[in-house]
Design a protein around this ligand. Structure first.
Ligand SMILES: [Zn+2]
Length: 178
């Protein structure tokens, strides 16, 4: 029998779920869900059990209410920018500092991310939320282009013909930042 997400069995330490609907989450990106989980009462030693999605959703909603939707979205976007730079080994000192201020507990940060992804497996998101999850913001200027979003470089016009031209092109480090 498939696990149902609506049956709830109150267990101490778990959030109240009577008024929780899984669809409440559809307008939150994965990153936003992670930020909300971090800000919630999710216990540090929490261990996921099959069918716990409804509790995780309740914690996410609690986190959203605690942080506020606008702030939550901004934090998630800044985190996405930080992760993008870190993945390229280009995270700036300002990003590292801001990230540590936002998430002083690295272990909880990682756990919240893992649990958010787990929730996202069973609770889908709207196209808008998905698209927002691909956008990012930066703490401070881009070290590559100084926020002009363009860099002067030699670009391949046709690699086979060995044809290159010099000129401005989009900065590959921050390319999509607003
Ligand atoms: Zn840049």
């Amino acid at each position: 029998m498939p696990a149902t997400l609506t049956a709830t069995h109150p267990v101490s330490g778990l959030p109240a779920t009577e008024n929780v609907s899984l669809t409440d989450l559809s307008d939150l990106s994965n990153g936003e869900r992670a930020v909300a989980l971090y800000a919630s009462d999710l216990p540090d030693g929490y261990r996921y059990k099959r069918g716990d999605e409804v509790h995780l959703v309740a914690w996410i909603i609690q986190g959203v209410n605690r942080v506020g939707l606008d702030r939550l979205r901004r934090i998630a976007a800044l985190e996405a920018g930080f992760r993008r730079f870190r993945a390229r080994n280009r995270a700036t000192a300002e990003q590292e500092r801001a990230h540590a201020e936002r998430f002083p507990d690295p272990e909880r940060d990682q756990r919240a991310g893992e649990l958010a992804s787990l929730v996202t497996l069973s609770v889908s998101m709207s196209d808008e939320a998905r698209e927002r999850g691909l956008r990012f913001l930066l703490d401070g200027p881009c070290p590559e282009c100084g926020d002009t979003r363009q860099v002067w470089a030699c670009w391949a016009v046709d690699v086979d013909a060995d044809w290159y031209e010099e000129g401005y092109g989009p900065c590959s480090l921050c390319g999509g930042a607003e």
